[in-house]
Design a protein around this ligand. Sequence first.
Ligand SMILES: N[C@@H](CCC(=O)N[C@@H](CS)C(=O)NCC(=O)O)C(=O)O
Length: 268
Amino acid sequence: MQTQSNENGERTLYGFWLSPFVSIAAHLLTEAGLPYRYQRISPFLGENVAAEYLSRNAFGKVPCLEEPDGAVISESQTIGRYLSRRYESAASIYPCADPVACAEVDRINDFLTFSVSGPFINWILVSAYWPKVLGAKTESESEIFNSWSLLLTKMNLGRLTQSASLSPYLLGAAPTLPDFHLFHILEAGITTAKLFDMPQLDLVKGDPLLEPFYQAMLTRPSTAEILAAKTAEQPLNERELFEDFARTQAPLIAPANQMLAAMFGHPV
Ligand SMILES: N[C@@H](CCC(=O)N[C@@H](CS)C(=O)NCC(=O)O)C(=O)O
């Protein structure tokens, strides 16, 4: 595991609140009663690819958690599993002392990662960010991807919700790692649906199984805390998203745009 000298002995969570993955990590820390300092890293300003941040997470992705003893952990699900192994107060979200119970949590969470949340983020990037924020002329190709993604996401979410306990959480009366994962993916969908005027990204509205799950998560005091922080930062995120992101990303996405132009047969 990577370590960083941590002179002030604080726990720090790096990221920005619009990120569902940062919100998952923050939510798990809050649930477990583990205090932390939040340090905003804005991908819209390119802060996630600056040398200082890359020294913590070479992937340039947020979240990243720096522990009081200097341990540095990134990837939201890794952070969740780490917290539950290290802190008794986080043990219930990932019951690693019981391999069979743990396998059940992994089964749901792996399905979410591979079949729902990864593809969902690609959906948002291709259908919304690329044409509507980064200015790429891929409207018709993005629209096709949008339709396929809607179909596949609904299909896979349906498999999950129809087979889960949902009483009210995925595995029963108490939430585990995949509940926080699913909640923040749904939250990201609701936020981006409004942001880009794409109602199809709101996966909760009108879904008789997801609506009660979402409401149950909303009743948790930890959820209110996380959503308040997210709401407070939203104007800043929107400003940077629409005013700065295209400029800071331009050098990074230029090679991708060249490939897209070659694939699609027109300038993007
Ligand atoms: N699998 C990662 C995903 C993290 C991720 O995709 N974070 C996004 C923000 S939502 C990010 O850092 N994007 C910046 C970039 O890719 O340059 C996790 O679970 O933590």
